[in-house]
Design a protein around this ligand. Structure first.
Ligand code: GCO
Length: 496
């Protein structure tokens, strides 16, 4: 791996480790070593411009039938970790490993959605959601990642899907949101090319069982996060720090995506399908030629590695050159792989949280205040930039936003309400940026706020609250936050 890349990754690891450390020790607003300036936690305490959110302003109308929605994932909300034949996932192993998650939190119970899904479906109807993006737990369908599907697991998702249809809410199902069956990890996980084949078999089983109920499928949630957090920095499952393996994992995740697309077509199921990518607009931190060059390569690792392979059938040459011909990734690509990966898709799921500012040395600096999540700079303009860039560079593939949101220190007041005014401001600004992109020709179909419910935020456990709906984990009581009431009005008016 080139010196630039190594320096970049090591610096990001240091920044990330500092951030994780800062977050873990509650120094969430701390000045991080090496950043350009002190950052403060914002986005949650900035009051909305208007005195009331009950009636969003007029003026910004979205296209008729726009798919206002919310998103979740199986391991983060379901709980019932050992129920009805569910097998172990890498996140069960990781969260039960001392020191891996904040306070030792696990997804054993989470928001108990497996048992409370009917109540949560009613909440979605109360909000007026048009669309709901969730994920299917692979170990609930195949306990060990292969073989005959678990009927009780399939039955849970049938009940959930039927409940969505009964309430007029369109389902969008993610096949893989990081909960790889542990048995497959024991066989090498995503470093093992066979796992991509196992994923295709699992996808086929799900398409055949549920394909008549699901109009939109997403294949792999955020392959980049599995690569970076799971294999470079190690603070996500499986917790490896192996840069050489990381980009071979990227290739196998992309291959799994392509094989699942082909499996859907072969199954005869009628739904649409596409990837779910967290895309970070990358900007030079200064106007030097070095920063421009470093930003280009950074964008290659952050965005083009995943977009180019799916939409152009080739990995970006600058990234391949930077990795080197002897890298495990380059050596792992076989003839025909990129043709599989670039099997035509019907939609692209974009997940936008933060921009990245790149220095001439290939490091990163912070330019905007962050949310409670130290890695999240609050920059609504980045939503406009990434949406218009994708349409400009990759054509008019229909786009759905499947994640956008922020964590806030939400606590119920004396009257029991949860006043997350900052989340209202954040969402309003990002909706407005998305509206500008639509006005400028981006074929945006829907927008899923992350997240419907407060949930298990991976290594941060339950300390970060991202939901429109507050979850009291002791009682599992749900409380609609101010942002949920505001969002309901946005949906009713189809705009701001
Ligand atoms: C991700 C995941 C979600 C996270 C959310 C907040 O994008 O990392 O898809 O599971 O919980 O993004 O970090």
């Amino acid at each position: 791996m080139s010196l630039l890349t190594r320096r970049r990754l090591l610096r990001r690891a240091a920044l990330s480790a500092t951030a994780a450390g800062a977050a873990r020790t509650g120094l969430a607003g701390a000045t991080l070593a090496g950043t350009a300036a002190a950052v403060s936690v914002a986005g949650c305490d900035s009051p909305p411009e208007r005195t009331t959110d009950a009636e969003p302003d007029g003026g910004l109308r979205f296209p008729d039938g726009f798919g206002w929605g919310a998103a979740t994932s199986a391991y983060q909300i379901e709980g019932a970790a050992k129920e009805d034949g569910r097998g172990e996932s890498v996140w069960d192993t990781f969260s039960h490993t001392p020191g891996r998650t904040r306070n030792g939190d696990t997804g054993d119970v989470a928001a108990d959605h497996y048992h409370r899904y009917a109540q949560d479906l009613d909440l979605m109807r109360e909000l007026g959601l048009r669309s709901y993006r969730f994920s299917i737990s692979w170990p609930r369908i195949q306990a060990d990642g292969s073989g005959r599907p678990n009927q009780r697991g399939l039955d849970f998702y049938r009940r959930l899907l039927d409940g969505l249809h009964e309430r007029g809410i369109a389902p969008m199902a993610t096949l893989f949101h990081w909960d790889l069956p542990q048995a497959l990890q024991d066989d090498g996980g995503w470093e093992n090319r066979d796992t991509a084949e196992r994923f295709a078999d699992y996808a086929d089983a799900v398409f055949r069982a549920l394909g008549d109920r699901v109009p939109a499928w997403l294949t792999i949630n955020e392959p980049k996060t599995v690569v970076q957090n799971g294999y470079i920095w190690g603070h996500h499952a499986p917790g490896h720090q192996d840069e050489a393996a990381a980009y071979l994992v990227a290739h196998h995740l992309q291959l799994a995506h392509g094989l699942a697309v082909q499996a859907l077509r072969a199954s005869g199921a009628s739904g649409r399908i596409g990837p779910a990518l967290n895309l970070h607009p990358c900007y030079p931190a200064d106007d030097s030629a070095e920063a421009a060059a470093a930003t280009r390569l950074y964008d290659g690792y952050e965005n083009r590695l995943y977009l180019d392979s799916v939409f152009t059938g080739a990995y970006p040459q600058d990234v391949l050159a930077d990795l080197g011909p002897d890298s495990r990734m380059v050596r792992g690509v076989r003839d025909g792989d990129l043709k599989i990966i670039s099997s035509p898709v019907d939609l692209l799921a974009v997940q936008y949280y933060t921009p990245i500012y790149v220095t001439g040395g290939g490091g990163t600096v912070r330019k905007w205040p962050t949310s409670e999540a130290e890695w999240q700079q609050i920059y609504p303009e980045g939503m406009y930039d990434i949406l218009t860039r994708v349409t400009r560079d990759y054509g008019r593939v229909p786009i759905t936003i499947t994640e956008n949101g922020l964590p806030c220190p939400d606590t119920p007041g004396p009257d029991g309400t949860v006043d997350d005014a900052g989340r209202v401001s954040f969402l309003r600004d990002h909706f407005a940026a998305a509206h500008r992109a639509v006005r400028d020709g981006v074929p945006l179909e829907s927008y899923h706020v992350w997240s419907l419910l407060d949930n298990f935020e991976w290594a941060e456990g339950y300390d970060q609250r991202w939901g429109l709906v507050y979850v009291d984990y002791a009682s599992q009581r749900r409380v609609l936050k101010r942002s949920a009431h505001w969002y309901r009005e946005v949906i009713r008016r189809n705009g701001l």
